[in-house]
Write a protein that binds this ligand. Structure first.
Ligand SMILES: O=P(O)(O)OC[C@H]1O[C@@H](O)[C@H](O)[C@@H](O)[C@@H]1O
Length: 247
């Protein structure tokens, strides 16, 4: 049924890149922000400007992680460590929060201008899953998760939502730790072994593997099937509609 093992009772979906076409929007906003910062820093220090790579740097250090972890992890890869700052730091602040806020302004502008499209195959799959009586949750690192679901018109399809805001409120570690996925399974009343995780990010499939979920489905939108498998995906599809075709 549904191309999933028979014992699966719940489906836990990542948002950006799995349900909605917003992974590229995030990647572009991160690049705009980091390139601005790195260029200024290089000028100030008289060193060469090495731009953020919207594919390799994004996948390895930013994709799937909570906002502040993305800032910290990428900068660490360049040997840069910034003070954390405070939650109300302005975007100009040279802190982890300040840079995260700069990026958030850029991503919200892009989302406002471009709108949010869901993946049709994912919407069809979620409808089929619900019809089959399985529970559904969204598990996203994004603090903008609810707004993106609403903009895509799919917020009513899910029984639970664990996102960047609930994770902060409940003190959950972000992906690649499994905490947010485990919390969603708990909220739905299923054991991790009876839940399927759907993820396009390397940090996300790692979280699925770390949580010992029933199956981790890697969703390959950008030609990184091998990496998804290496990081924890049990199966890889290019679109969730393929699972419906496999019935
Ligand atoms: O900055 P936000 O909207 O809280 O999102 C945090 C992260 O959420 C993830 O879903 C995205 O893959 C990342 O690109 C993003 O950085």
């Amino acid at each position: 049924m549904l191309g999933l093992p028979d014992h699966v009772r719940a489906c836990l979906f990542d948002l950006d890149g799995v349900l909605t076409r917003t992974a590229k929007v995030h990647a572009a906003a991160w690049k705009e922000m980091f390139d601005g910062y790195l260029r200024d820093r290089a000028e100030r220090e008289g060193t060469a400007f090495v731009p953020f790579d919207a594919v390799d740097d994004y996948d390895a250090y930013v994709d799937g992680r909570p906002r502040a972890d993305g800032v910290r992890t990428f900068l660490a890869s360049r040997g840069v460590q910034l003070p954390e700052g405070t939650p109300d730091d302005p975007p100009e602040a040279e802190t982890v929060t300040g840079l995260g806020t700069r990026k958030n302004i850029l991503v919200l502008r892009r989302i406002r201008e471009e709108g949010v499209e869901p993946y049709e195959g994912s919407v069809a799959f979620v409808h089929a899953v619900r019809k089959a009586g399985l529970a559904c949750a969204v598990v996203s690192s994004s603090a903008n998760c609810r707004d993106v679901l609403v903009a895509a018109g799919i917020e009513d399809l899910f029984d639970e939502r664990i996102d960047g805001i609930t994770a902060r409120d409940r003190d959950l570690r972000g992906k690649p730790d499994p905490d947010t996925y485990l919390e969603a399974a708990r909220d739905l009343g299923v054991e991790p072994g009876a839940a399927a995780v759907f993820e396009d990010a390397l940090a996300g499939v790692e979280a699925g593997r770390a949580g010992r979920f029933g199956v981790v489905v890697g969703v390959d939108r950008v030609g990184q099937a091998e990496q998804l498998t290496a990081h924890g995906a049990d199966v890889v599809v290019r679109d969730l509609a393929e699972l419906l075709d496999a019935r």
